[in-house]
Design a protein around this ligand. Structure first.
Ligand SMILES: [Zn+2]
Ligand SMILES: [Zn+2]
Length: 172
């Protein structure tokens, strides 16, 4: 997601709850990273930020909603539910490591990039191989028809090449 720095110096140690429900943040990020994601149910993040030790914070929260993804087999859009809980600690990084800071001090004020955190949680929630259903039949490699909704005239005898090796096996 785009950077979204929020001041946390004033937050009490017991924490402060915040809700992020602005869909524009997500839509812009999908566009920026060319992710094949379409909006479905609004994404809502509810987080509690608890400052720790003067240079870091505990961030506890949930991210809920749904998005539309492209099925890896049939290329149709399908709705994917997002429902994650997270509990992470972020602090000002050591200078040598050179990682993207998510906590920084600016003009004596401690700030947290909640945008980077929510974006990472979103990416982690996405499936590695999106499928509209476990049993999706996909697209026929011969004629290109969506086998979930159409019958295909291609030769059924060819079978799955990967299974060919098992055809001649005999169980003793
Ligand atoms: Zn599919
Ligand atoms: Zn076919």
């Amino acid at each position: 997601m785009l950077e979204l720095w929020i001041p946390i110096s004033e937050i009490h140690a017991e924490g402060e709850g915040l809700t992020f429900a602005d869909q524009v943040l997500w839509h812009e990020a999908w566009k920026e990273f060319s992710l094949p994601v379409e909006p479905a149910r609004d994404l809502e993040a509810v987080v509690t930020i608890m400052p720790q030790g003067g240079d870091g914070a505990l961030i506890r929260g949930t991210l809920r909603g749904s998005v539309k993804l492209v099925c890896d087999r049939c290329t149709e859009l399908f709705e994917f539910n997002i429902d994650v809980n997270f509990d992470i600690f972020e602090k000002i990084p050591d200078e040598e490591i050179g990682e993207e800071p998510r906590v920084r001090e600016l003009n004596g004020e401690l700030q947290l990039d909640i945008g980077a955190i929510l974006w990472e949680e979103f990416l982690l929630a996405l499936p590695v191989k999106p499928l509209c259903s476990e049993g999706c039949k996909g697209v026929c490699p011969g004629c290109g028809k969506d086998l979930n909704s159409q019958k295909c005239e291609c030769d059924k005898e060819i079978g799955d090449e990967r299974l060919a090796v098992f055809r001649n096996l005999k169980i003793k």
